[in-house]
Design a protein around this ligand. Structure first.
Ligand code: ADP
Ligand code: MG
Length: 355
């Protein structure tokens, strides 16, 4: 049984087509990240699943039960869905314990459920605090405890970390992920942050202008993006032009192995290379045809560094960026050799796609 199944879900506001024919499937216990830029329809999708928004058409099934279709439109409280909204998450005039108990029956409120939830989110004994006496991260933990308290079939998070600073965000991501695993919760995380989506989710759905353009596990999404826009949205990418000859991609780096499924019946391709696929080294003067270029600048990030370089004019003169582990040993103006490691993705080149 699927934890969530969405078919042909569409929703328009007066002037915007906010959701276009959305299809989604989610297995029990999994986390789905919905990733996309601001305004692409993420919140509208979550609110439609939760029942705060009524879609125009399509079906939504939660845990095998139809909660929305042509005949059905269950009220939010009948859907067994926990919702952690983007802002203003806690009731400011209620204590932490009362916030957590908000959606519980009187019987559950008087049981040990609230204490269990406080313990789960690492805030045992803090039930009598008021929301303003908590840090931002603690408030988010309580919002999670409140959403999980009624044991929902599905928990929805709308950009839950966007108001937190970077360090806290990373800690909370890990904690929330392990809390959800502990109770076996099925969840959807909405985010515009690709790193958050790739690091937390089992499945990522990329949205653009109201459509879901690709759904895949994080590794497949990063390695095999469906188009160049997705490639650039989920990570850094260098795009080079290449000829296609007898189904082989011939680029300035020579014949490149391409991932299966790439177009091979075109003449021109755009080839997508991730920064960590480049290997730079000292040029070998004895190797003919070796691709080289000049280092423009380097950015050091601690765990890795980005080297920006300009290919030699004999190789087209493009600028590319290369990720190197550790400290960069290359200086601006230094001439280096460049190779490519592993499979690349190829797409029909725009000039040809337009023709
Ligand atoms: P996201 O969460 O990805 O930023 P939203 O789902 O909030 O995107 O919005 C998608 C589109 O629908 C936007 O163009 C937004 O302006 C529009 N929209 C959202 N809610 C409403 C509403 N209640 N009335 C009119 N337009 C809306
Ligand atoms: Mg939103």
């Amino acid at each position: 049984m699927k934890a969530l199944q969405i078919r042909h879900l569409s929703k328009s506001f007066t002037s915007v087509h906010a959701l276009k024919d959305i299809q989604l499937d989610l297995e029990e216990g999994q986390m789905l990240a919905v990733l996309g830029p601001s305004g692409c329809g993420k919140t509208t999708l979550l609110r439609s699943i939760a029942g705060f928004e009524t879609a125009d058409s399509g079906t939504i099934e939660v845990g095998g039960h139809i909660v929305f279709d042509k005949q059905t439109n269950l009220k939010p409280e009948k859907r067994r869905i926990g919702y952690v909204p983007q802002e203003g998450v806690l009731f400011p005039h209620l204590s932490v314990a009362k916030n957590i108990g908000f959606g519980l029956s009187r019987k559950d409120r008087n049981s040990s459920r609230i204490d269990e939830m406080l313990e789960l989110v690492g805030m045992k004994g803090l039930g009598s605090r008021m929301p303003h006496e908590l840090s931002g991260g603690q408030q988010q933990r309580i919002a999670l405890a409140r959403a999980l308290a009624p044991s929902p079939s599905l928990v929805l998070f709308d950009e839950p970390f966007s108001a937190l600073d970077a360090g806290l965000r990373a800690d909370l991501r890990e904690d929330i992920k392990s809390m959800l695993k502990k109770v076996g919760a099925t969840s959807i995380l909405v985010t515009h942050d690709q790193e958050e989506a790739l690091s937390m989710a089992d499945v990522v759905a990329v949205m653009r202008n109201g459509s879901c353009v690709q759904t895949a596990d994080p590794i497949s999404l990063y390695k095999y993006p469906t188009d160049i826009k997705v490639a650039k949205f989920v990570g850094d990418a260098t795009i080079i032009k290449a000829q296609v000859l007898n189904g082989n991609i011939k680029s300035l780096f020579g014949n490149l192995p391409v991932a299966s499924g790439c177009p091979k019946d075109c003449e021109l391709a755009s080839v997508m290379i991730r920064p960590e696929q480049f290997i730079i080294g000292k040029p070998d003067l004895h190797l003919p045809g070796q691709v080289g270029g000049k280092v423009l600048k380097t950015f050091f990030y601690g765990h890795d560094a980005m080297v920006y370089l300009k290919l030699d004019d004999s190789f087209g003169g493009d600028e590319i960026q290369i990720r190197v582990m550790g400290t960069p040993v290359f200086e601006p103006d230094e001439y280096v050799s460049i190779q490519i490691d592993g499979e690349v993705m190829a797409y029909v080149h725009e000039d040809e796609a337009l023709a």
